[in-house]
Structure formats: C-alpha cells, structure tokens
Design a protein around this ligand. Structure first.
Ligand code: LM2
Ligand code: CA
Length: 481
C-alpha cells in the first residue's frame, strides 16, 4: 500500500482542493500531464450534507456513499479518472470513513431533516442515514474527545461532534469496503484516509486487506495494490503515534512542513536540513507523504501558504529539490475567513479556475493555482529529472546559504541570509550552460531567466543578491543549452 503507482519518471502529487471533476480532467490533459505531475488528490467523492453558506468543510460531513457532490456526479468522476490516466496522471481520492455528519443543530439550525448534494435525506439527530443505510446501532455511543492521550476516546468518541462509525461492526466494514472498492474499480491509484488517527489500526488493517487490486481495465499491472496514505497528525506530543499506522500504509508527515517552515522563516539554520528525514525523527522515506501546507493547516496562523508567496516558493523549492519523501503540492482558493467555501455562483455551483479557453497561465475567479506558478511547476520537473539520485556536494556557509546537486542531474542553491551570495560552488553536473528554472524558462535555445555556467571542473559562479524576490537558483540536465 506504500507505492503511489506513479507512471515512471513522475514524483509529485497536487491537491486540487474543491475543483470539479470536469475541470480536473481538462487540467490533466492540458497542464498536469505535459508538465510531468504524477497525480491529483481530489476532494471527497461521497455525498455530503448541504450546510448553509456552503463552507468548504461541509464535504467532510457525509450523508451517503453516492458519488454526487459539488465537484460533479459519477459519470463525470469516471470520465476524469479515465482522461487523467491517459494523460499519465493518477487520481487519489480523499475518503471519509471515520464518521458521517454531525447533529443537525450544529449544521442546519431549525431543520431536522438534512439533505445532501445528491438529494439524499437523513434524520441526523436519530443517526439514521437511510441512503447508505446506517442507523444508530452502526455508531459508537456519543462522547466527546476531551483527552487526546486516551486512545479509546480518540478512536471511539466524536471528532468535533461527527457521528463516529463503529468499524468493528461487520456491517459497517462491509459498507466501507464496498464504497472503497467501487472507487478503486473506477481506475483510481489510491486513497487518502481522512482522520485515520481516529480509527483503530486493527480495523483499518481488516478494511485494507479486503480492497481490490487496481483496475487492469485502466492499464494497471495485475496484482497492484492501491496507494494508501493515512492522515495521522503526530507532532510528537500525543500518545497516538504515526508509527501505529506506517506498517499499514503511508502516512502524512505533518512535521516535515513545520520543520521546513521554521528553516525558511530563519528560526533554524538551513545548513541543518541536509539530512532532514528519518534522522530527524520523521517517518522513513518510503512511508512519508510530505507537504508545506494542506487544506486544514493553511487556515491556521503561522503556517506558510500562498499568502506569503516569496517565502512559500522557496519552501516548496526546497521540498522538491531535496530527496526525502513523497511530495504533495497544495492548490488553493483564496479565502478571508477559515470557513469560507470555494468560489461559487449564487446557486452554489462551483466556478471554474480554468477561465476562458481553459487557459493554463493565470487562474480565474478566486482560485490560486499554486501548482501552475513557474517557480513551483518548474521544480516538479527538477524533481522528476533528479529521480532517485542522492545529494552530491552539499555546501553551506554555516548558516542560511546552501547548495547541493542531485547526482549529476540537477543543482540548486538558496540564499536565505541577509548577505549577497556570490561564490564559486562545486556542482556534480557536466560542463555546460544551464537555464535557471526559477527566474525563467528555457524556450527553444533561449533562456528567459538567469544563466548558470558550469565549468569543466564542475564549478559554477552562483549569484543570488539578498532581497531578490526569488532567492533560489535551480538547474538540471534538461535545461542545458
Ligand atoms: C480531517 N482530517 O482528519 C480533515 O482533514 C478536516 O478538514 C476535517 O474537519 C476533519 N478531519 C473531519 O473530517 C473539517 C473542518 C472542521 C469541520 C469538519 C466537519 O476542519 O472545522 O467541523 O470538517 O465538517 C465543522 C465545524 C465545527 C463543528 C463540526 C460539526 O467547524 O465547529 O463542530 O463542523 O458540526 C461542532
Ligand atoms: Ca472513530
């Protein structure tokens, strides 16, 4: 369950948060495939309760396992998966199997009967979800999680009031497995397990063991297991550990983005980051899904996001340049308050980020599209080109100027000090003239950015002036000219 099943030579996933299936299909064909993205994490496919004002988090309140949400219906979902696979881009679905919705008084004020994005109804107060169907006996008795160091509470009580399914019950397991297998059969390559920490590892193990292999009708090799990455937030301060889950599948490594952010913010010298990974107490390389921010953390103060683009681009560049983990890029919509839902019209239909003519430059209507920023998408190619090559010739100034190569294929330098960087640095790359992919692009034989000349001994004159908007230089063997 730890192999992401990417097409060879691809290594970076993007979370297209709240995009519609039809927009994702177009993005796969026009942008993600051609640019070498490996996969897309899509928002939940399962039907959710319609919450007044349509906050983004309504999608984490399931009402049924039908595939109808604001992102689209079942036909559109299947079409997206087929088209993305054809473009060499895999699909990963965010699945909610810990819980259903919360009580109606939290959600709907006076109304008692809830309705969903696919018009299913449910008596939430009675825990009667007739479109599954689940009834009261399929849930743990209500209690709230007061003590996060009590594994029983964390697994059997209600996370922010969400009705907690009892995955020990055979009927519940059966419903979850049936839901997941239908997704796998549609041709997806894996799943993100929402709130995995709140489910007993033993129950997850049984559920995973019953999952189908990936679909050979979608050209996966026989006997290929789905990629499973489990959302377990473990910052080291609670008794429940990521290590209870990493034998079952991959795990989201929340400490990675936090550490890189403290480096980029100057709280921890970048020279230490050479060996960020298992030696830092992070998960083993093969177990770790890494990211700078995600859809939850980007709503919390202090977290580095698109709202601080200068620092954010450097954090992402480091993540993609350094060999550790399986990276995921966040692609957001803009928001003023943390509940605000995605861009939609007055009827609640999602707006398209693609804009007129499905253009692939800007991004329309309140969507951010970090994944299209030159400094980010060009580093996706850097990572693909660097492949599995180890770090070669790490250099630092004992502080926040660092540089390293990835085998003889790629080289990066970062100047996060309040000093100019102007220095001959040893690389492991062949002699040549290279086009810096941060400041520009190589277009045919002309480079729109800085040039980096590497001499016969492998040395390059690296110049990054303090205060530059982008204080990174990055090159690889596909941009020598
Ligand atoms: C996750 N990971 O474990 C998701 O990444 C996260 O986004 C989900 O929370 C959470 N698990 C449950 O699936 C989000 C959001 C919450 C929101 C819930 C449920 O972060 O704020 O809770 O979805 O929609 C909201 C209200 C909360 C209220 C709750 C129940 O914010 O105040 O609690 O609904 O009505 C009384
Ligand atoms: Ca639970």
């Amino acid at each position: 369950f730890k192999n992401p099943n990417y097409t060879p030579g691809h290594d970076v996933m993007v979370h297209l948060f709240e995009w519609t299936w039809s927009d994702i299909a177009v993005e796969c064909e026009r942008f993600l495939g051609p640019k070498g993205y490996a996969g897309v994490q899509v928002s939940p496919v399962q039907e959710n309760v319609v919450v007044p004002k349509r906050p983004w988090w309504e999608r984490y309140q399931t009402i049924s396992y039908q595939w109808t949400t604001r992102s689209g219906n079942e036909t559109q979902f299947r079409d997206m998966v087929t088209r993305c696979n054809k473009a060499g881009v895999r699909i990963y679905v965010d699945v909610i199997i810990n819980h259903m919705s919360a009580n109606p008084e939290n959600l709907l004020k006076e109304r008692k009967t809830a309705s969903g994005t696919g018009n299913s109804t449910a008596d939430l107060g009675a825990r009667n979800y007739s479109a599954v169907p689940y009834n009261n006996s399929d849930f743990h008795a209500p209690c709230s999680i007061d003590n996060w160091n009590d594994p029983f509470q964390v697994r059997n009580c209600e996370l922010v009031g969400l009705h907690d399914l009892d995955q020990k019950e055979e009927y519940v397991r059966g419903k979850i497995v049936e839901f997941l297998n239908k997704i796998i059969d549609a041709g997806v390559a894996g799943i993100r397990v929402d709130a995995a920490k709140h489910i007993w590892p033993g129950d997850l193990s049984v559920i995973y063991s019953r999952l189908h292999n990936l679909s050979i009708d979608h050209d996966f090799l026989p006997e290929t297991r789905p990629y499973i990455y489990q959302e377990v937030i473990d910052m080291g301060s609670e008794v429940i550990s990521k290590h209870e889950y990493n034998s079952l599948g991959a795990v989201t490594e929340f400490r990675y983005g936090l550490e890189v952010t403290s480096g980029i913010r100057g709280e921890k010298s970048l020279k230490w980051f050479k060996n960020i990974g298992e030696e830092w107490g992070l998960l083993a390389d093969k177990d770790a899904l890494i990211f700078i921010d995600n859809h939850d953390t980007q709503r919390h103060p202090g977290v580095l996001t698109h709202k601080e683009p200068r620092l954010y681009k450097v954090a992402v560049a480091f993540m993609l340049a350094h060999p550790y983990g399986k990276p995921r890029i966040m692609s957001s919509f803009s928001f003023e308050n943390s509940d605000q839902g995605p861009p939609a019209d007055s009827l609640g239909n999602l707006l398209s980020p693609l804009g007129e003519n499905n253009n692939t430059n800007g991004c329309a209507d309140g969507w951010i599209c970090e994944h299209r920023w030159r400094q980010i998408v060009n580093m996706v190619e850097f990572r693909n080109v660097a492949a599995k090559e180890p770090i070669c010739e790490w250099w630092d100034n004992w502080n926040n100027q660092i540089a390293f190569s990835r085998g003889s294929r790629a080289f990066v330098a970062i100047n996060a000090d309040q000093l100019n960087l102007n220095r001959r640095i040893k690389t492991c790359l062949p002699e040549g003239v290279y086009c810096d992919v941060i400041s520009g692009n190589l277009e045919g034989k002309s480079c729109t950015g800085k040039k980096l000349v590497i001499d016969a001994d492998g040395f390059a004159n690296v110049n990054i002036t303090m205060g530059e908007e982008d204080y990174v230089v990055a090159v690889h063997i596909n941009v020598s000219f």
